[in-house]
Ligand binder design. Structure first.
Ligand SMILES: Nc1ccn([C@@H]2O[C@H](COP(=O)(O)OP(=O)(O)OP(=O)(O)O)[C@@H](O)[C@H]2O)c(=O)n1
Ligand SMILES: C[C@](O)(CO)[C@H](O)COP(=O)(O)O
Length: 254
């Protein structure tokens, strides 16, 4: 390697360190892995299925473990999977940023609520353990956005035309797709804001929250900013998603 090249490598390293040093807030990732995976229909829950030699859950934990933004990880699993996760995932792959492994609830929002109890103030990244393709650039975009807006979610503009249907499955509306996004995770918030929203949600008894942005929107009216995720940041939900995920990983390795 030439001296010039080595110097520019040093510069890049130095810039990265400065960026890290400039970080203003502690960041905790809550990784959700307490779902039953009913739509996947496999005997083993989808987050533990093998994907190119590693459990699905491994991939996002690896990204957060390596991230220069994430300080700690709270892993939320089923009560019966806590020991398995500790031994076969956290210890086996050396994920030492995992500071808690806690039992989740029946619904996703209950699992988030349990996880939030272990988060101190700062910033919280709430992420589906069934989304293996979060990456460092996405984490960075979300981090920069949350510093300004206190609440943001990653997602992508939809590619298809969307129809709103009535109960009889007749199309009743076609929203302008320039304003329609499909949201993903991580969903990233100021910890105090999202904790207050979840406290209110639990008190309200409302049971229809399918993502965290919805909880913040309804319970606090605080605006939630949309940040670009990626079209690869899929959630493993049904069997074909696992095949697609395998393809993405093999392509990256090639
Ligand atoms: N009670 C729940 C439900 C879901 N999740 C997690 O939230 C993410 C997104 O949920 P989803 O894909 O709906 O997972 P499942 O509930 O497992 O799947 P299904 O709805 O098909 O049963 C997953 O990482 C899942 O493990 C969770 O931690 N606790
Ligand atoms: C949070 C989420 O992944 C955003 O797309 C999604 O809403 C989870 O919903 P699910 O019903 O648990 O799949």
């Amino acid at each position: 390697m030439s001296v010039g090249k080595r110097d520019s490598g040093k510069d890049v390293q130095c810039q990265m360190e400065q960026k890290k040093d400039k970080r203003e807030k502690k960041c905790t990732a809550i990784v959700l892995a307490a779902g039953s995976g009913s739509r996947m229909g496999t005997a083993i829950q989808k987050q533990y299925l093998e994907l190119e030699g590693k459990p699905v859950l491994y991939y996002c934990l690896h990204v957060f473990q390596e991230s220069r933004y994430i300080d700690e990880i709270v892993l939320v699993t089923g009560e019966r999977e806590i020991d398995y996760c500790r031994e076969k995932i956290v210890q086996q792959y050396g994920f030492d940023k995992v500071v808690q492994i806690v039992a989740g609830g029946k619904e996703r929002y209950e699992s988030v609520y349990h996880g939030l109890k272990y988060v101190e103030d700062g910033i919280v990244f709430i992420h589906d353990g069934a989304r293996p393709f979060v990456d460092e650039e996405m984490v960075e975009r979300a981090y920069e956005c949350v510093l300004r807006d206190q609440a943001c979610v990653v997602g992508m503009p939809v590619k298809d035309t969307i129809k709103i249907a009535d109960q009889n499955q007749y199309a009743v509306q076609t929203p302008d797709r320039a304003y329609v996004w499909q949201v993903q995770t991580p969903q990233v918030f100021d910890a105090k804001l999202v904790r207050a929203a979840y406290e209110k949600l639990i008190q309200s008894g409302w049971e229809k929250a399918t993502d965290d942005a919805m909880v913040v929107e309804r319970m606090t009216e605080h605006p939630v900013k949309l940040v670009f995720g990626s079209y690869e940041n899929i959630k493993i939900t049904t069997p074909e998603d696992l095949e697609i995920a395998g393809l993405f990983i093999r392509r990256r390795r090639a």
